[in-house]
Write a protein that binds this ligand. Structure first.
Ligand SMILES: NC(=O)c1ccc[n+]([C@@H]2O[C@H](COP(=O)([O-])OP(=O)(O)OC[C@H]3O[C@@H](n4cnc5c(N)ncnc54)[C@H](O)[C@@H]3O)[C@@H](O)[C@H]2O)c1
Ligand SMILES: O=C(O)C[C@H](O)C(=O)O
Length: 351
């Protein structure tokens, strides 16, 4: 079940919950704005859903409430930052602005970031650069997290390790955003909270059997999420997961070697300026052509035409603007409990 809410009311609630837990207002404005934009593009697991997870982090001092990142290295086109466990959405807005400015000057820029806090939905971030005419790649891992076993193994060792590419097209950006595992930790938590098994065998129990049961996360020893490709060709998801850990931790010279125990995010960000290659118009001519050919492809099921990544985000944004922002019941229950704890009133649903 879902309900729709006014975006300003949801933004205000998210911002007030974050400032109430100690985050300085300028940063809370940015985090809350990006969380609501995430809900607006239909990624309900990583929108306002994250606030009840961030609040205890802020209160415990695990998510830093004030201050800035440190620049560890700056070679103009390549950079390394330390995020000091500041809110990932804030760190990423600073990193994106820096990389877009460098890409405008040099054609491309890449940055590794160590010790940010969680950066949320990657396509909400790549979309910022794609809307401004850039190609943007973002990958993230958490060197303190162990949720996904290497293919052929049974012990969780990696994180879901999402990577995303956003790039311009005429109608709306293409937003590819996918984990190296079949699903996310947040989705597993949602299924545990609602008691609903997965429709397919997306999990691996601690004896190496594929299962629909999300609660294998809670066994001792712990089960895990299967890599993309599952039991059949999970070597592909494992390969993607290794790539993301390398880009985000080896380039950041910080990762599992240091064995951090604090929830965090290492990031790799790359921005390319099509103007420094064949030009933005020529770029869009190619992406528009391929997108149109994909959408025109004869579908297996006429009721489910081919969609290009980013199409659903665009239609969800349009529906959010006209009808309000969707919040799923599982999220609403946790956000309402968080609001009650903070002495805040929940907004009234629109429908
Ligand atoms: N910050 C973090 O640590 C972290 C970790 C894991 C995931 N996440 C976020 O969680 C979100 C969900 O990740 P996910 O891997 O479950 O994504 P997903 O499986 O829902 O989608 C993966 C990709 O497939 C596309 N897609 C989905 N259905 C499609 C269809 N029928 N046709 C064409 N394209 C389709 C989506 O647009 C997306 O590009 C992402 O936004 C990700 O950034 C964040
Ligand atoms: O929530 C996390 O701990 C990581 C990530 O956002 C996920 O959902 O997998």
């Amino acid at each position: 079940m879902t309900q729709r809410f006014d975006r300003t009311a949801l933004f205000t609630l998210a911002r007030d919950l974050l400032t109430g837990a100690g985050l300085e207002k300028a940063k809370a404005d940015i985090v809350a704005e990006l969380l609501i934009q995430t809900d607006e593009i239909g990624v309900t697991t990583h929108g306002i859903s994250m606030v009840p997870y961030y609040v205890p982090e802020l209160k415990a001092g695990n998510m830093t409430t004030t201050g800035s990142h440190d620049v560890i290295a700056d070679n103009k086109v390549t950079m390394l930052w330390d995020g000091n466990y500041l809110p990932g959405h804030w760190v990423m807005t600073q990193a994106l602005e820096t990389c877009m400015a460098r890409a405008a000057e040099f054609g491309m820029a890449a940055m590794a970031i160590r010790r940010s806090h969680h950066i949320g939905c990657l396509s909400a971030l790549t979309r910022i650069a794609a809307m401004r005419g850039y190609v943007c790649y973002i990958a993230t891992s958490d060197p303190s997290g162990e949720w996904v076993a290497p293919f052929g193994g049974t012990e969780p060792l990696l994180t879901p390790n999402p990577w995303a590419v956003g790039y311009p097209a005429t109608d709306h950006p293409v937003l590819i955003d996918t984990c190296a595992s079949i699903t996310t930790v947040s989705k597993v938590r949602e299924h545990i909270n609602t008691g609903v098994p997965f429709a397919h065998e997306w999990m691996l129990d601690n004896t190496g059997h594929a299962t629909t049961d999300p609660t294998v996360f809670n066994t001792t020893p712990k089960g895990s999420i299967l890599p993309v490709g599952g039991m059949d060709h999970g070597h592909k998801g494992f390969a993607m997961g290794l790539m993301v850990e390398m880009l985000t931790q080896a380039l950041a010279a910080h990762g599992r070697v240091e064995a951090p125990t604090r929830w965090g995010a290492n990031v790799f960000l790359q921005v390319l300026d099509p103007k420094a290659f064949g030009g933005l118009d020529a770029f869009k001519a190619q992406t528009d052509h391929l997108n149109a050919a994909c959408r025109a492809n004869t579908p297996i099921d006429a009721a489910r035409p081919v969609r290009v990544p980013g199409d659903r985000a665009a239609s969800a944004r349009a529906a959010s603007a006209s009808k309000g922002v969707v919040v799923v019941d599982e999220v609403l229950t946790r956000v309402a409990a968080c609001a009650t704890d903070a002495g805040l009133t929940m907004p009234t649903p629109l429908s």
